[in-house]
Design a protein around this ligand. Structure first.
Ligand code: DON
Length: 330
């Protein structure tokens, strides 16, 4: 019998992975009806909530996708991961951690309560709004434009294209960001914010409005899975320490007050946003069952979210993949 060539083996394996993703996307799409689009950002309310898409990025350049993988959506809270990495790159890890802690809260992402309860009001972690607004103010640069430029160039390095902002989503949030303004004023008063309130908010809300698709966030997940090494650029674009710290924060705080459940029942570092994106990653493991033993990044989009602010069908899809492909890091 003729032996299959390595290329034929790869094509068959990729076909099987794609067939599995297609079946799971079709199955979990029906669960989207149990969630709702984020309505507190008016521009997100009218998006088709039954969409579900996924993309997987592997170090050898293989991209496997399914469903609504190419639909653009705004980063929202997934941007907190990127601004944290950019701030650590620009000012150093210890400078950033003097201003924002690395402890999960168990509270909603926009909660205000702990800031005053725990003196001196240092935000608990960079994945809640208080921490993320603080981090945005730490980005190198004097003006919001300069700070955003630092973020855009890191994103450009990560995904290979210059990001653009969804102006409608930005305006929609800018006009309704009363709680974020309250958080920023409190942080300014306690000395954690390093720019003016309106400037920090402009950076924060513009970074939330950056448009991506599932392939873009799968690529960022892949670079994190590889401890900061970009396999397409063949370049270490983040120090290993920053990549590892970021992954620890994703695992402990990335899915808001569902992070514990997520770590327990899915078991991979992941970060969600209220527009329905989930950026996740799998490290390599030879103990894992096939089809994927190497590192890979995962991007998911499903705009209907649950009570915690995480994509409902997207979270279920990720749980299915983690179970079937044995991704749990524990
Ligand atoms: O600050 C906000 O309200 C949003 N721009 C981002 C929040 C977010 O994505 C929370 N996610 N689950």
């Amino acid at each position: 019998m003729l032996q299959a060539t390595p290329q034929e083996d790869k094509t068959r394996d990729d076909g099987q992975k794609k067939a599995s993703l297609d079946a799971w996307v079709t199955h979990y799409q029906s669960y989207a009806a149990k969630g709702q689009n984020a309505s507190y950002i008016p521009a997100l309310e009218h998006i088709n909530s039954s969409q579900l898409g996924i993309c997987i990025a592997e170090p050898n350049g293989t991209i496997i996708h399914s469903g609504d993988w190419e639909v653009p959506f705004t980063l929202q809270s997934i941007s907190k991961v990127i601004s944290f990495m950019a701030a650590c790159l620009g000012c150093g890890i210890s400078y950033v951690l003097e201003r924002v802690d690395v402890e999960p809260t168990g509270d909603a992402f926009n909660s205000i309560t702990r800031l005053e309860m725990h003196k001196p009001g240092k935000p608990f972690n960079p994945m809640i709004n208080a921490g993320a607004i603080t981090v945005s103010s730490l980005l190198p640069g004097k003006s919001p434009q300069q700070k955003l430029e630092v973020l855009y160039s890191l994103i450009e390095k990560l995904i290979g294209k210059r990001p653009t902002i969804n102006e409608e989503v930005f305006q929609s949030e800018w006009k309704t960001a009363h709680r974020n303004r309250a958080l920023a004023h409190y942080l300014k008063e306690t000395g954690f914010l390093e720019s003016e309130v309106e400037e920090a908010l402009e950076v924060y809300l513009k970074q939330c409005s950056i448009e991506v698709n599932t392939k873009d966030i799968a690529l960022i997940g892949l670079v994190l899975a590889l401890d900061g090494y970009h396999p397409i650029r063949k370049e270490q674009i983040l120090p290993k320490e920053i990549a590892r710290l970021t992954k620890a924060l994703m695992l402990t705080c990335g899915m808001y007050n569902a992070s514990g459940k997520f770590a327990a029942f899915v078991g991979v570092p992941a970060k969600s946003g209220v527009s329905g994106g989930i950026m996740a990653l799998a490290p390599s493991s030879t103990r894992r069952v096939l089809p994927l033993q190497g590192e890979f990044g995962i991007g998911i989009y499903g705009p209907a979210i649950d009570e915690y602010g995480n994509s409902l069908a997207g979270g279920m899809l990720l749980q299915q993949i983690a179970q079937e492909w044995d991704l749990n890091i524990f």
